[in-house]
Design a protein around this ligand. Structure first.
Ligand SMILES: *Cc1c(COP(=O)(O)O)cnc(C)c1O
Length: 380
């Protein structure tokens, strides 16, 4: 099944380089060629496969931007599993075609918070107009899975096995770059839960730790949801209502409700424990970029390279452009590598809003992080 979209192409962004007038080489690994349009099927397929092999009949999950729900719906269809998705309410309303796509693959989709679960009802009681969040949708999907023996919950990011499945991105990129005789000086990627970034970066980090290459490796997150750069490193729940096991990770607090920025896949309160760990060790860096610069970068990328990026990887592209301009300033031919982890064909509403001048930059305030930590259990 991987042959449908793997190996994915590694492109050199010749026309973007030229537009920037930079001596840098920019390479991007393009994951938008998968059936769902992002890197998510790299883990949806093995998760569906192993669940089916264990006799599971149904998978439940959440989806924010709709990419993970689509990927799991596609994968479940391949292994005759039922798929039930809680889609964050704001996304359910704004991205109806993501829902249609999941339904075409046979999934059942609910707007979250929903009346179907205890978790959903408890949120709706206090916030009848709740736009939902990834944390709430996870609580709903986990609750449903916990109630039925033949049903399991599948997560599309954050967890170790997900990052492992995604390392196919970096393993391929290592071979592809070797073919053209380049090694990266800088690797940048967007981080929501950390899976496309970890997938690209970990194989290169292995080579770096072995002393074979020495790239700077940097995570890029939205200024409105800065779990690495502003969050605390401690145990927290993966979901809003506290139903998941505790996870040691960078977190903004499990009851964090993000601003309505358009990069729905980057609005999660936590961060992959593996990525949080190597960030603490100083093996990777992190920076936060606000959304207007990202959309500007996304539009420049589309007009030069031809591919319309999803709002999430525009963060990676913005960072790559910053690096390319810094290389120009320094007069150095640096090699920049990034993951263009999905196309934006279902995100045109976000581009409309950007062109209409309706987008704002949000910076998540430091005080709010400390406030949110009051609800996070303390574990020594
Ligand atoms: C899900 C998603 C993300 C965020 O998740 P990561 O685990 O951080 O990769 C980013 N971009 C796209 C296109 C996505 O679908």
């Amino acid at each position: 099944m991987y042959r449908v979209w793997r190996p994915s192409p590694l492109y050199r962004a010749h026309r973007l380089e030229k537009a920037l007038g930079t001596p840098a080489k920019i390479y991007y690994k393009y994951e938008g060629v998968s059936p769902a349009g992002s890197h998510k099927p790299n883990t949806a397929v093995p998760q569906a496969y192993y669940n089916a092999a264990e006799g599971v009949r149904r998978l439940t999950t959440e989806t924010g931007a709709g990419q993970w729900g689509s990927a799991l719906a596609f994968a479940c269809a391949q292994f005759d599993l039922e798929c039930e998705v809680w889609q964050v309410g704001a996304s359910y309303r704004h991205k109806p075609y993501r829902r249609s796509m999941m339904e075409v693959w046979g999934a059942t989709v609910h707007s979250s918070p929903s009346e179907m679960t205890e978790a959903g009802r408890s949120i709706l009681k206090d916030f009848p107009d709740s736009p939902g969040s990834l944390g709430i949708a996870i609580s709903e999907a986990v609750e449903m899975a916990a109630q039925a023996d033949d049903t399991k919950y599948a997560l599309g990011s954050v967890l170790n096995h997900v990052l492992l499945h995604q390392t196919v991105i970096g393993e391929e990129a290592l071979l592809q770059l070797a073919k053209v005789g380049d090694t990266p000086d800088v690797i940048v990627g967007c981080t929501g839960g950390g899976s496309n970034f970890g997938g690209l970066a970990f194989p290169f980090l292995r080579e770096k730790m072995a002393g074979n290459i020495n790239p700077t490796i940097r995570c890029v997150e939205p200024a409105a949801c800065p779990s690495l750069t502003k969050g605390e490193y401690r145990y927290d729940f993966g979901d809003t209502l506290g139903m998941t096991p505790l996870v040691k990770m960078h977190t903004l607090g499990h009851d964090f409700i993000p601003e309505a920025i358009h990069a729905g896949g980057l609005r999660y309160h936590g961060m992959s424990p593996l990525l949080s760990h190597i960030y603490e060790l100083g093996l990777v860096e992190a920076e936060a970029i606000a959304q207007l610069e990202c959309f500007e970068a996304g539009v420049q990328f589309a007009r030069t390279e031809g591919i319309v990026p999803a709002p999430e990887p525009t963060h990676a592209i913005a960072a790559a452009i910053r690096e390319a301009l810094a290389a120009k300033e320094a007069g150095e031919e640096r090699v920049i590598l990034t993951a263009m982890c999905g196309h934006g064909h279902f995100d045109m509403g976000a581009y409309d809003a950007y062109f209409a001048g309706e987008l704002e930059d949000f910076e998540y305030p430091e005080e709010k992080v400390r406030e949110a930590m009051a609800n996070v259990p303390v574990i020594a």
